[in-house]
Design a binder for this molecule. Structure first.
Ligand code: GTP
Ligand code: MG
Length: 372
């Protein structure tokens, strides 16, 4: 960014510097040709000289990146992609059991033994179509990801235990789904229990403005049991139907963008990040910038620890090759230049450090700064 001086103003508006200095002198300001000018002063001076000056600031690299991520695709290149589904619900209503059942029905027998790492997301195939499930640790994380601008969910499955009904966190989950503007499918769960009360639950849902389709509303309610597996096929079919109605599409032909679901450091493999590809196709060898981390993609794995050559939209992958561990909710983008990725990542780290220093307040010692 060139500094705004008497000289650069003179060059920009095509008037002699002497003339500008003259006006300033009359105002009682003794400046030289190299003196810095305030933007406002420069605008006033130009006005006085009858020139319409516009001060154009170079676009922030972060804005440019966001623009690149948001770049709309030609509708003709869009293809269907699997829906990305998040399961939310009150504590103990059976989310984990349901998810485990959905997965175990689908996990290939050849899954690499021994490695039982936490899976942040996985895909299920039904009728030859894929569905992607994101395993967020709860509605708080869901809200936080959204607050950070990482909107990865297309459909929310709200798990409500048929014996317990709508509970405080159920209400919060409904609010989150509504704020995200995504369709909601209810899994009326634990229907194997004798003390279930389905009509009461439907009523409690209606009181939260979630009206079941069977009551004339537009929310599909599927009876499920994570214990017996009842209703899981129907749940998947309902989700596929919901996806069909909403037409989730993406361009797979562009460099990949998406978000980090979670990340950790592995002793042998270094930083590992669970990413979900939202647009484009991620490939081995790509240069990835993810939050403050960057690097060349060394390998990408699916949830079965199988190595992939490429990952199209809606694929969750575990990526090795970043230099540090990114944060959940960090967006990632593929760039064509490793130096650029490094530069942006380093700038972000500097900015992050300044924020943490200035937010600490009070007096800082040298030690504070070195340890920041
Ligand atoms: P948090 O992760 O703590 O929020 O709980 P959760 O929603 O993941 O519930 P989880 O799957 O851990 O199940 C809680 C309890 O309910 C466990 O004891 C399960 O065995 C039981 N449970 C889950 N699903 C069913 C079901 O469909 N029927 C019955 N009878 N019990 C279930
Ligand atoms: Mg759980």
């Amino acid at each position: 960014e060139p500094p705004l001086t008497v000289r650069s103003l003179s060059e920009a508006i095509g008037r002699p510097a002497k003339q500008i200095l003259g006006i300033l002198f009359k105002r009682g300001e003794m400046l030289t040709i190299n003196s810095l000018l305030h933007e406002e002063t420069a605008l006033e001076l130009s006005l006085e000289l009858g020139v319409d000056l516009k001060i154009v600031k170079p676009k922030d690299v972060e804005d440019e990146l966001q623009e690149y991520i948001d770049l709309p695709d030609d509708p003709s290149v869009l293809e269907n992609r699997p829906p990305i589904i998040t399961i939310l619900g009150h504590v103990d209503h059976g989310k984990t059991t349901l998810v485990d059942k959905l997965r175990s029905a689908n996990v290939a027998a050849s899954e690499h033994g021994g490695i039982t790492q936490h899976i942040a997301a996985y895909q299920v195939t039904k009728n030859g179509q894929k569905l992607t499930f994101v395993d967020t640790p709860g509605h708080a994380a869901f809200g936080e990801m959204r607050a950070r601008g990482a909107n990865v969910t297309d459909i929310v499955v709200l798990v409500v235990a048929a014996n317990d009904g709508v509970m405080p966190q159920t209400v919060e989950c409904i609010a989150h789904a509504k704020a995200a503007g995504v369709p909601l499918v209810v899994a009326l769960n634990k229907v194997d229990l004798p003390d279930r009360n389905e009509q009461r639950v439907l009523q409690e849902l209606a009181a939260q403005n979630v009206l079941a389709a069977e009551w004339g509303g537009d929310t599909e309610v599927v009876r499920t049991s994570g214990l017996t597996g009842e209703g899981l096929d129907e749940l998947l079919e309902t989700l596929l139907l919901t996806a069909e109605l909403n037409e989730f599409k993406a361009n797979s032909q562009r460099p990949a963008t998406g978000a980090c679901l979670e990340a950790f450091r592995d002793e042998g493999r270094g930083p590992l990040a669970w990413l979900i590809v939202q647009k484009g196709t991620l490939r081995r060898g790509d240069v990835v910038l993810c939050g403050q981390a960057y690097g060349k993609v060394r390998s990408i794995f699916n949830e079965h620890q199988q190595e992939l050559d490429e990952a199209p939209p809606s694929t969750p992958v575990m990526l090795a090759g970043l230099d540090i561990v990114p944060a959940p909710g960090d967006k990632f983008v593929v760039l064509d230049d490793l130096d650029l990725a490094r530069e942006i990542a380093e700038r972000r780290r500097m900015a992050g450090r300044q924020v943490s220093l200035s937010s600490r307040g009070g007096k800082r010692t040298l030690e504070d700064i070195l340890n920041a």
